[in-house]
Design a protein around this ligand. Structure first.
Ligand code: GLU
Length: 443
């Protein structure tokens, strides 16, 4: 098999959400696992609603998730290709001019509904003579252009859904070009997929019907069509679809909330597949778990709490090298010993700041400490150098001297040393705090 070429084709009319990220990641991991290429294609033919700012934002979002596109293309720079394809379709008799207004089409649909017929365009425009068309244009009407579908069943083997088909006879001939000359999404997408040699079109299952139409256009223009895979869509926890316009779970907001990109990527890819959802530390490893044929057919629920849990689990296993630069960027003074001591207590990376502050001090002294007990404990505190054995050796002596054990023994020490009742293991924290500060805090 030749290496796959895939594309992720967002319209830059908003920022991408976790469901869009799922599409991008499934494409990327599918291609990269097989040594293929990933194209980022901006579907920005809608010049009014698309912005450069959204486009750049989407690039930032997918880069953050670990996706490095091999090519970036913008449909707004490729109109000449679409015009050329439209002309070829016209010459082949597969793209025809229609003059009905929206109102006229609506009336046709109502008449069909009254007779219990499906609301399929009746192809009246195909019967127009050149004189009739000229007369309509003289009235000031501008044509919109429909693709003439072959009335047949279009079948394909879907990478996710298996054998699939669309009955073209139940569809209206799709409008490819509006009366104002602008392109709908359908044709430019096919033209670019052909031009870029796209081998696999992996997208959400909301595009299944488009596939019936697009396979016909692919075959008309190039004699063949790529493979298709339609993955299930993500919903929120109550089962509602995600909206880019409403900013649901945008990747930008998850990044700003200090989420780990691999936690987001792991959930976006594994939710709604037969793989157990877990925090996968690298894209290579995640790619090894992607199997389009094992995605669920049912919509998958995206649950924020699940993401929080994955995020924490991922942090708890990350090595220092993986976070050193980001800790520095957050202004958190950290070395490997610090990281290994605190990572198990973090929900978000930035939470490490709290522990850096506690290690560095000063800390707020808790009220109601047992001064007598702490004085005894202080008298047994060994001198530095300290290591991970120090805590155990010290507290054993305090235990013998005071007869305390368990919580009675440890909680006052933890409170005095950190100011808090919970936190990282003290055998790791104590050497970081150091003798000088420890003595002050116990005194
Ligand atoms: N711009 C389309 C979308 O965002 C692309 C669909 C496709 O992948 O073909 O839905």
């Amino acid at each position: 098999m030749t290496a796959p070429i895939v594309r992720f084709a967002p319209s830059p009319t908003g920022r991408i959400h976790i469901g869009n990220a799922r599409t991008a990641l499934l494409n990327y991991l599918f291609a990269k696992r097989a040594g293929g290429q990933f194209i980022l294609r901006y579907d920005d033919t809608d010049l009014e609603r698309s912005t450069r700012e959204f486009a750049d934002g989407i690039a930032t979002d997918i880069n953050w998730l670990g996706i490095k596109p091999d090519h970036v293309i913008r449909q707004s720079e490729r109109f000449a290709l679409y015009d050329e394809a439209a002309n070829r379709l016209r010459a082949m008799g597969r793209l025809y001019a229609c003059y009905e207004t929206e109102d006229e089409l609506e009336r046709k649909r109502k008449r069909q509904a009254a007779r219990h017929l499906p609301p399929v365009y009746d192809r009246a425009a195909l019967k127009l003579t050149d004189e009739e068309k000229a007369a309509l244009e003289a009235e000031g009407r501008k044509p919109h252009w429909r693709y003439l579908l072959e009335d047949r069943s279009v079948a394909w083997t879907d990478l996710v859904r298996g054998p699939s088909h669309v009955e073209s006879a139940s569809l209206s001939d799709p409008v490819l070009i509006r009366a104002d000359g602008s392109y709908l999404y359908t044709l430019p997408s096919v033209v670019d997929d052909i031009a870029m040699g796209v081998t696999h079109v992996i997208r959400g299952e909301d595009h299944v019907t488009n596939t019936g139409v697009q396979i016909q256009i692919f075959e008309t223009l190039s004699g063949k069509s790529p493979q298709f895979g339609h993955h299930n869509l993500l919903t929120n926890a109550s089962g509602e679809g995600l909206s880019k316009r409403l900013g649901h779970f945008s990747i930008a907001s998850l990044r700003e909330a200090d989420m780990e990109p691999m936690a987001v990527a792991s959930l976006a890819v594994l939710v709604g597949s037969s793989e157990a959802v877990r925090a996968v530390p690298s894209m290579d490893e995640l790619g090894g778990l992607v199997d389009l044929s094992r995605l669920s057919r049912a919509p998958a629920k995206f649950d924020e709490h699940e993401l929080d849990a994955l995020n924490a689990k991922l942090l708890h296993q990350l090595p220092f090298e993986a976070v050193a630069a980001r800790l520095a960027h957050l202004g958190i003074a950290a070395d490997e010993a610090f990281w290994l001591a605190v990572r198990g207590n973090l929900a978000r990376l930035a939470d490490a700041a709290q522990w850096a502050d506690i290690v560095a001090g000063p800390i707020a002294k808790p009220v109601g400490l047992d001064a007598e007990f702490l004085a005894t404990a202080l008298s047994f505190l060994p001198s530095e150098p300290w290591d991970h054995e120090t805590w155990g050796a010290w507290t054993n002596k305090v235990k013998e001297a005071t007869g305390r054990k368990g919580k009675e023994l440890f909680m006052p020490l933890r409170l005095a040393l950190t100011g808090l009742e919970h936190g990282p293991e003290l055998k790791l924290l104590l050497p970081l705090i150091g003798e000088e500060k420890a003595r002050l805090r116990l005194a």
